[in-house]
Design a protein around this ligand. Sequence first.
Ligand SMILES: Cc1ncc(COP(=O)(O)O)c(C=O)c1O
Length: 467
Amino acid sequence: MANLDAPKIKLQPVSVTRKMAASLPGLRDLAQKNGLKIHHLGAGYPHPEVTDPRGFLQHQQAYINFVINSEGLNDPNAVPEILRETYSYTDTLGPKTSRDAFAKVYGADWGVDIDPEQLIPTVGASGGINLICSLFERPGAPVAYLSDAPTYAGFTARVGLCQHARIYSVDMDEEGAIPAQFRTRIHQARADGYFVPFYYTVPDGHNPAGFSFSQKRREQLLAVAREEGLLIVEDAPYLYINYAQAADRAQPFFAMAPEQTVHLFTGSKIGFPGPRIGFLYSEASLTINGGEVVPLTQLAMTEASSDVLFQNPQALRGFEALLHDQDDTGNFVLREGMWPLAEQKLLVYRENRQILLDTLEEELGDHKDCFSWTIPQAGFFSVFTFLRGTAKTDDNFIQRLVAEYGVVVVPMYDFYPADARVRNPNAGLDQLRVSFCFSESTGDARRKDLKEAVLAFCAAVKKESGR
Ligand SMILES: Cc1ncc(COP(=O)(O)O)c(C=O)c1O
């Protein structure tokens, strides 16, 4: 094996979710040896019941046939344009038809007049995070991002890749990140010599915090961002996995202030995670080297063209098919919005969420001096807290839950950025992330499995905290 001298390269810490995934087979064996069933309350994956691709594949094929017929080819041997395009190199922006369709449908849902030329396709929201970070990291100057404590592990991991980037985190209360602290941390980062381009957050169905920011709090945070001159990067995977009534839903930042926001859309939750669909959208502009003012998306486009370079046209065309509905005459028409698609997913998630919340209330409602949990208005997670130091949710605790009760949940401590753990060394060590999105079973078996899982969880936390 060649041994290269690479003193500048540091080992990245392995995230707790990855560590758990690696240790799960061993723990599962141990639990099974103890005669226990494994209860899934850990994974943040879309449910198999609402990600069966078979219906989608039929729909996609019918859409492609419809487009081919609409092309009206006279020569039966000619390769239809859509097929040629779908299996060729496309450009960095992907097929225009897909962006046009998405701009109309998404724009209609959120009251934003989306310019399809400002939509940059990304490899899911993960690709959007990567794109916006690398855009600001490329110049090589120390850069600081504001984010929540706790924040999304994928964001922390991405920031960790850049040795001149770091996170300044903002604590949250039950309405969202605390505005006064937001401002203080921006000032702190600047005083420490960092360039501060944006605040990254997940305001709807926060992963991992298990709640949505209130409308009032969004307005306060936006006011600070405007006054301080930084962007809000809004990661929005759970915008449609929403349990609130339409009138009670807060507005996403990009609908409130598209010129201050970088919005990251993903097809992973509303469609399928496998095809890796995402779009970055922003109406922000930046004053760059030499004083020139340019649209952020222009910079994102050149960044993307040196990164992914070619989008996957087949995946984007598939997503475009999802944005169309077939009418009674067989024609495909653009959907008026994406909520009917969301509704298909919500049938399962809404029910699962209710099973979780009802069971927690039934089993632990009499112990609210000891336990609390968030009521998620969107997303896949609730955060469960042990009050008054009744348990320490470290790795040993998590392993014991699997080995002795068969219960898989994710500890929260690793979701707190490093500075949050300096402020409070016990940050997250009284919390668990409980997910209700995933199980291996479907239908009645899914309901029964989830109920059993939450019952097992409740029994475990009562026993572990001496109740
Ligand atoms: C907050 C957040 N951002 C990004 C992602 C990654 O999504 P994608 O599949 O779009 O890359 C997830 C997935 O769970 C998430 O919860």
